[in-house]
Ligand binder design. Structure first.
Ligand code: DGL
Length: 275
């Protein structure tokens, strides 16, 4: 048993879609939630840069006492999950991988679309998931340039957001996709816009509940669950504006907690708390 916090990180508010599921399943756990908003978006960056940020974030969260880390970011998982496990062997990690397996099992048209950032498609992880799980199903990768920035700005259904979503989703549906995989943790916040662009008969797969279940399983296996009567608290951390992150957490997932700033060193490899 351990009342140490779970560490969760993303480039920004996307990680809140994972935090929401963690809170439902593990309300007794304390969480340190880090949004690297000084660097968002990660998606257009080279993989080695995202890897450097991810290692710095994990080290920071472990130094703050994290007992398990959820990499609540597909881009960071694609860039760094293997290296994180190798660099911090005594910390369990839960990472994101595109949910091609359930999509391939559910599609009737044998065509699925995967929505993710450019870096996620470049990593080995995506190729390996397709190789292992596509089973002859056609997998269409699709990026949504600018969408993460719109979501960070709090625009979930304005004309620009809907335009980006439509331009990405309609060609997939036109090619016969009846199943869309959300492979970026920001995208669950625009499911209504995605569903509207896709039209009826297209299902959208959001892996966030499965990620929370995996975190619960790992904690259980390692004997790291918090006391049942503990009331879990969230601490928000950001390399951007803490007041803004707190406001978005309230708005997007109705969660509150103290928010603190942290800064990167000049090489972008180590973080420290401000103030
Ligand atoms: N939420 C992230 C992901 O799951 C990162 C998006 C970004 O920063 O580009 O990929």
């Amino acid at each position: 048993m351990s009342n140490a916090p779970i560490g969760v990180f993303d480039s920004g508010v996307g990680g809140l879609s994972i935090l929401r599921q963690l809170r439902i399943l593990l309300p007794e756990e304390d969480v340190l939630f880090f949004a690297d908003q000084g660097h968002v978006p990660y998606g257009p960056r080279p993989l080695d840069e995202v890897r450097r940020f991810s290692i710095g974030l994990a080290r920071f969260l472990i130094d703050q006492g994290a007992k398990l880390i959820v990499v609540a970011c597909n881009t960071a998982s694609a860039a760094a999950l293997k290296e994180l496990r190798a660099a911090f062997p005594s910390t369990p990690f839960v990472g994101m991988e595109p949910a091609v397996k359930p999509a391939a099992e559910q599609t009737r048209t044998r065509t699925v679309g995967v929505l993710a950032t450019p870096a996620t498609f470049q990593g080995e992880l995506f190729a390996s998931v397709v190789e292992r799980f596509a089973q002859g199903v056609r997998v269409l990768p699709q990026t949504l340039p600018g969408l993460v920035e719109r979501i960070e700005a709090g625009d979930l259904d304005g004309p620009e957001t809907r335009h980006i979503v439509q331009a990405a989703v309609r060609p997939l549906v036109a090619q016969g996709a009846d199943t869309l995989v959300l492979a970026c943790t920001h995208y669950p916040f625009v499911i209504p816009a995605i569903a509207e662009a896709a039209g009826p008969g297209v299902q959208v797969i959001d892996p966030s509940p499965a990620i929370a279940r995996q975190a619960a399983r790992l904690l259980e296996e390692r004997g790291l669950r918090a006391n049942h009567d503990h009331h879990g608290q969230i601490t928000f951390l950001t390399s951007g504006d803490p007041a803004r992150l707190r406001e978005m957490a309230q708005r997007l997932i109705n969660e509150a907690g103290p928010a603190r700033p942290a800064s990167w060193d000049s090489s972008g490899s180590a973080l420290r708390l401000d103030g």
